[in-house]
Ligand binder design. Sequence first.
Ligand code: ADP
Length: 343
Amino acid sequence: MTLLTERPPTAPTSAEVELTGLAKRYGGTVAVDDLSLTVPAGEFVALLGPSGCGKSTTLRILAGLEQPDRGRVLLSGTDITAVSAHRRDIHTVFQSYALFPHLNVADNVAFPLRQRGVSRADIRGRVADALAMVQLPAAGDQPVTSLSGGQQQRVALARAIVDRPSVLLLDEPLSALDRSLRQAMQVELRLLQQDLGVTTVLVTHDQEEALSLADRIVIMNNGRAEQVGTAEDVYDRPASLFVARFVGEQNEIPTEREAIALIRPEHVRVGLDVSEPAAVNSVDGIVRGVSIAGISSVVLVHCRDLTLQARVPRDGRPLPHVGDQVRCSWDPAHVRTFPEGAS
Ligand code: ADP
């Protein structure tokens, strides 16, 4: 009898990663500033933030390619801060693939196993398994340079998982791929990560990628973690003005108090009836633009001293036209307020 399970149990090698009080400077530049983070075994975490906020430096410290000035890196409770990169049970997939052009696909994937002195027979089986996992079961004998960019990225992934590391690090692994391939690879990457149960840290500046792939997201700013949470946490309950502005889109509504009030375009309603006087939480304006954005439309409305963006579902109801007078309104529960001057 065959027992079918949804997915294999978490790999026994999967490890908890802990960063405590990490700091790293390059001359006068603070790259990482007192960063602490725990990633439980098997979790997929994304480091997300604007260019220069310290994501790659954090990843390189985790990989052992960079030494922190302060702080520690622990793997399942063991301090590995001083352990060199090749002795860490951690593999990295880089955006550049970093494959060996003179080797064929199988030899590229086999490389880490050869370095560890694994027997030939074992290598063959494990390379075949890894290539099957990345959907390239028949590519072993091909020159790696004959593959497309997407396929080469799969080879890099196969090489990273072939000796079942405890931790997988992904440094913008999909950003060189075009949009449709990137989205397909995101789905595959997530399934693969879950099947392997490998603790994974992804660096990306692409919020869609972070929100769709990761169990938890670390929003970084100036070398610090501004917020650590699920996609819902950072999108619906941003902990700071920086997070609120960085994740998704926002309208900024002036207020009388020294505060900045934000409301997302999907929470702004656009009404065509302006006959009654405008109530609180609503403002009248003139439509300046209407554009189709997939399943929704974006309506730009000029209201006295501000321009509001509304994202309205394309559900068959009539859309306003440019030049129409409309009333924008919102539920106050959707307004997030932050003190002015906060970052
Ligand atoms: P991110 O990956 O978020 O774009 P990085 O970790 O690459 O950010 O960089 C953080 C900051 O540290 C940036 O200001 C960057 O210019 C600086 N930095 C990173 N690596 C070096 C380096 N090797 N030498 C000097 N400055 C560096």
